[in-house]
Design a binder for this molecule. Sequence first.
Ligand SMILES: [Zn+2]
Length: 296
Amino acid sequence: MTVKIITYRPLQAGPALTVLGAVHGNERCGAEAVARLAADIDRDLVVLKRGILQLVPVANPRAYREGVRFVERNLNRHLYPKEQKRHYEDHLDPILCGLLDGTEVLLDLHSYTSQGGPFIFLGGNDARELAYARALGVPDFVCGWSEAFGGGDGSRESQGTTEYARSQGALAVTLECGHHHNADAAQIGYQAILRALWHLDMLDEGCLATLGLDVQASAGRQRGVRMKSVYRREQGASFARPWKHFDSVAKGEAMAMLAGGEILPAPENGFIVLPKDNAAAGEEWFYFGTATPLPG
Ligand SMILES: [Zn+2]
């Protein structure tokens, strides 16, 4: 299997942007969005004016072919080149890391299991990264993920594409384009790439009208939710309602029912984050977060 990497080099120098699809093989929207962008550049519908654009439609080709999240190891954890290669994904690390070493800006496109719309994981506190993230046209942001759940044990478990890219000095954003099978997920990813190009002044303005896309339009009100706690599923427990990602809950409102009939109330006014209907007992089931002003 080979990893397909497409590079576009307009003659004018400028920022290096890398866009990744299908880091998780069962998340198809990113691959579709990236492939569509490449096709649109090839037929001059999208015109680049400067910089370097690197596109990887499918970062994990075997997982993509098999329709699974990963083959032997989650490619978006423990991402760094390894001397001893024990898992299939270990062979992809140096390819992806090599690419990210040479990039200044990363857009990594994913989708998720819960019902819900697009959102962005905010990582660092870099004002330039925040401005870039806010320019992608997505209304919702999840903050504090790595602080709350990133291990903190000194291992590089939580190091995925964005963490690795940031460690090499890049601005990096993970965009979750919505539920895996949302009809608009690929379109959201495609628009986000165009918006990233526009934000970085890499897109020729002349092509915007033909595209029929208003990349400068505001995303409207943008809101942030800070992760507070994780709930693991207990045997026999069930949701109080069929939650969607980012549903709001009032303090004291039932979030879930435990097997004995005991109610699990919301600790304060907040939001249900990434609820997984099909989580097995002991697995991460959902997260609880509260509204937070976006930094910057
Ligand atoms: Zn993913």
